[in-house]
Design a binder for this molecule. Structure first.
Ligand code: FAD
Length: 531
């Protein structure tokens, strides 16, 4: 009874706020009412994200779906109603710029519904289902990658391609790409999906794959949530390694650093024994960050002094590599690592090695999260900027940004690692530079209100703008990863030759622009002028 009253209240707000003539009983008749919430805690949570940059208006209601059908019913109602309302899927809300938010509509909270949200129906989304023979797993779109891992490990299997942090939802990362140090070898996460169930912007539930509704399949992968809500993904698996040899080596010369990174990713076709399983790297411009928050790799009791490695005190680059192994092959791992390291040209005596269980390696950033949380440094604004930089321009980027614009303070980790474009399916909606090899440069900075100008949100936001302007003026044709633009023309430029298809498919699958309006690519159709 209380739920019904709250829901009626939510619908009245929908009517008042956007001038709908939707009959409240229309939504009540959907049979999803027990999954809708206007609880102020739910609504507030759905109006925030990891970026903490924009104070978006809260949504009108939050849905905690238990099935694809719940999602389909809601979207169908939005699409079919005379005046309509927007619907945004929200995974774990780890976007930076409000991409999972919607002010005048309903947020579908895909992750966390199993955690006992208190919804009256008591129904919950399905658990992961592993197919050991076929080596894939079917997961709910809101499943967090950490839970996907836990389920598949019970069968000795694991997904092949990861993000550095596992508390992200499957639907959220597949809407972007999902990248980490395995991408050079296995491609991004979107290259490791067999099949999807998707609720389109018309409320239809489609199964899609290479063979079935293939245009939809490719559009949704990297599609920024524009064509449908992913309710199920079938993800490719491999036998899970047991342990990881995790190594960091340092460079003071950028061109030697990138040559070594490019050499390592060129080995992707080699047998497993002759390549690393993970290749990343990061930039060190201030001494404090050699022991950066992304891991406690370097011992806090034995901090590495930049000056001891580079007497000029300039920028250092850290190559981060890892080799997976099974306890049964432990005897050969030293030799394999040794022979790969011999081919590299890092600063002698700058090899730092650790050995740990596979799960601990994959879950490494969560440890840092717990530490930052305990110091109140996690829930702060994150003006992050992620760029794909073509290989031919990475040296210009180094000169202009790492050795120029950044000065000697970074306010957070700066990742840099290359990927092979041939591991990305050009039919997906994800956008990458037009070269065989391109780099991810991830400026993962946190803004602090501690009185230091270089830590302030305003300073870091201005610096991001300066970096983009510099790239533009220097002819460095970067593509934003996890893109954020506010004008139509910027989106058209971002998608380049993919724009026409992107637009056509949007008109086909979400003609009222109901979905993921927080991306600010399409404006929801003026409700009153519809039909
Ligand atoms: P949300 O923020 O909830 O949603 C993101 C977008 O996807 C929104 O537009 C939303 O509407 C849409 N969406 C969400 N669920 C669905 C669905 N089921 N169907 C359709 N659309 C949906 N990314 C990497 O690639 N590699 C990394 O190593 C990496 N590390 C990160 C570490 C941290 C600490 C953080 C905060 C982010 C990191 N990211 C990384 C970025 C992350 O992949 C994206 O921000 C991703 O979108 C977050 O997932 P989410 O579940 O929180 O998505």
């Amino acid at each position: 009874m209380a739920t019904k009253l709250l829901l009626t209240f939510a619908i009245c707000r929908l009517i008042v706020t956007v001038g709908l003539t939707l009959d409240p009983t229309e939504l009540l008749l959907l049979g999803v009412d027990a999954q809708l919430s206007v609880d102020p805690t739910d609504v507030k949570a759905a109006s925030l994200d990891f970026g903490l940059l924009i104070g978006a208006q809260p949504p009108l209601a939050v849905m905690h779906p238990a099935s694809s059908q719940d999602v389909a019913q809601l979207v169908k109602a939005a699409y079919g109603s005379n005046f309509g309302f927007t619907v945004s899927a929200r995974g774990h809300g780890h976007s930076i710029n409000g991409q999972a938010q919607t002010a005048n509509g309903v947020v579908v909270q895909m992750s966390g519904s199993k955690g006992g949200s208190g919804m009256a129906s008591g129904r919950k989304p399905p658990h992961p289902r592993v197919w050991p023979q076929e080596r894939f797993v079917d997961v709910w779109g809101g499943e967090l990658w950490i839970d996907v891992l836990r389920s598949t490990l019970q069968h000795g299997l694991a997904p092949k391609s990861w993000t550095d942090y596992l508390y992200l939802s499957v639907g959220g990362t597949l809407s972007n790409a999902g990248i980490s140090g395995q991408a050079f070898n296995h491609g991004p996460q979107i290259s490791n999906v067999h099949e999807l169930d998707v609720v389109t912007g018309k409320g239809e539930l489609l199964t899609c794959s290479e063979e079935q509704n293939s245009e939809m399949f490719h559009a949704v992968l990297g599609g920024l949530g524009q064509f449908g809500i992913i309710t199920r993904a079938r993800i490719s698996l491999e036998p899970a390694p047991q342990r990881v040899r995790w190594i960091r080596v340092l460079y003071s010369n950028f061109s030697i650093f990138t040559s070594d990174q490019e050499y390592l990713i060129s080995l992707h076709e080699q047998p497993t024994s002759q390549k690393f399983d993970y290749v990343e790297g990061f930039v060190i411009v201030d001494e404090g960050l050699i022991n950066n928050w992304r891991s406690s790799f370097f011992s806090p009791h034995n901090p590495v002094k930049i000056s001891s490695l580079d007497p000029n005190g300039g920028v250092l680059y850290c190559l981060e590599i890892a080799k997976n192994y099974h306890e049964s092959t432990a005897s050969t791992v030293d030799q394999e690592v040794e022979s790969l390291l011999k081919k590299l040209n890092f600063i002698p005596a700058s090899v730092f090695t650790t050995d740990l269980p596979y799960v601990d390696f994959l879950d490494r950033v969560h440890k840092a999260e717990l530490k930052l949380r305990s110091k109140g440094l996690w829930e702060v604004p994150h003006p992050w900027l992620n760029l794909f930089v073509p290989k031919s321009k990475i040296a210009d980027f180094d000169k202009g940004v790492f050795k120029g614009i950044l000065g000697n303070k970074t306010s957070g980790p700066i990742l840099i690692y290359p990927m092979n474009k041939n591991k990305w399916d050009h039919r997906s909606s994800a956008v990458t530079p037009d070269e065989d090899v391109f780099y991810l440069v991830a400026l993962l900075r946190s803004a602090l209100d501690n009185g230091e100008e270089t830590h302030s949100l305003e300073y870091l936001t201005n610096q991001n703008r300066q970096i983009l302007r510099f790239c533009d003026e220097a002819g460095i044709t970067v593509k934003q990863y996890l893109p954020h633009y506010t004008t139509h023309q910027e989106w058209v430029d971002h998608f380049g030759n993919k724009w026409d298809r992107f637009y056509r498919l949007k008109m086909e699958f979400d003609p009222r622009h109901i979905l993921a309006s927080g991306q600010q690519i399409f404006t929801p159709t003026n409700m009153a002028s519809w039909r």
